[in-house]
Design a protein around this ligand. Sequence first.
Ligand code: AHG
Ligand code: MN
Ligand code: MN
Ligand code: MN
Length: 335
Amino acid sequence: VPQRALDRDCTTLSRHVLEQLQSFSPEAQDLSTLMNRIALAGKLTARHLSKAGLMDGVLGFAGGENIQGEDVKKMDLYANDVFISVFKQSGLVCRLASEEMEKPYYIPENCPIGRYTLVYDPIDGSSNIDANLNVGSIFAIRKQEGDDESGEALDLLQSGHKQLAAGYILYGPSTVLVYSIGTGVHSFTLDPSLGEFILWQENIQVPEHGSVYSVNEGNFWQWDDSIRDYIRYVHRHEGYTGRYSGALVGDFHRILLQGGVFLYPGTVKKPEGKLRLLYESAPLAFLMEQAGGQASTGLKKIMDVVPEKLHQRTPLVIGSPEDVALVESFIQEGV
Ligand code: AHG
Ligand code: MN
Ligand code: MN
Ligand code: MN
């Protein structure tokens, strides 16, 4: 086997983290271990999804509503528990906050305080599960600050600049993991025969401009005029094409690789938009800025937004610099 191919097959996620940090410091080792555990969560979730039509527990609703007021899918709960399980006995993660849990989950056993917190969206795009369409998991790693006596995780109510790492797993025709620890954006593809995520692309840079605009036009009647004016603009000008998968992770991944813009503006029903800051918009904003793109609420950078509540929603405009600027010009003109 040519040396390069063998080396590449051995460039697993945990090795890549240490290569990126050029260090074996305790923090580097922590991040390498954390990413390795994230990879395990991704493999377990991908495996479960692949059995959707073959066994119970994957498709359909679990019954009940989550804090978001959404009907919870069985897969939401399964993946939520997968992330908790893979971090038990890690000694690294003391607390997990997710879309599916009103309050964070505290890992009871030996977890030295002041270590890491995982914030995550266990299954993003749940409405796609029963139609066998792409879904994802989104995550970010933050340091726990203080000992969170109140159990309210108030130290999580800080801006996206507090993220040490962020990424997502896209469960598509292949299972792809994209991450950044602040040294660029890198992607890995799961090789099921090895059970490892193998390096695919390094230092991904989003194109300055792309033809894709990704938005749910079914909300047209609920938007501000400024957004409607933007949509009328792309309808009337050559060179734009609409793509919307119903899963943020899939739409984001397309734009990261091919350019363009994704937007989920505020609506009449959800003036602050639908997407949640802590475990959807902020992790993706971290990635997009690392890839040379932009992410804003339309008025300010997502990375600078300080949440007041754990499940706070924000409007999101994210993608190629030129295309985000165009959307912002309509929004800011309207202000
Ligand atoms: P989740 O499945 O984690 O609740 O997220 C769904 C989000 C996001 O993935 C997607 O972009 C958006 O909801 C789609 O919302 P609409 O159906 O309102 O377009
Ligand atoms: Mn949901
Ligand atoms: Mn989501
Ligand atoms: Mn979700």
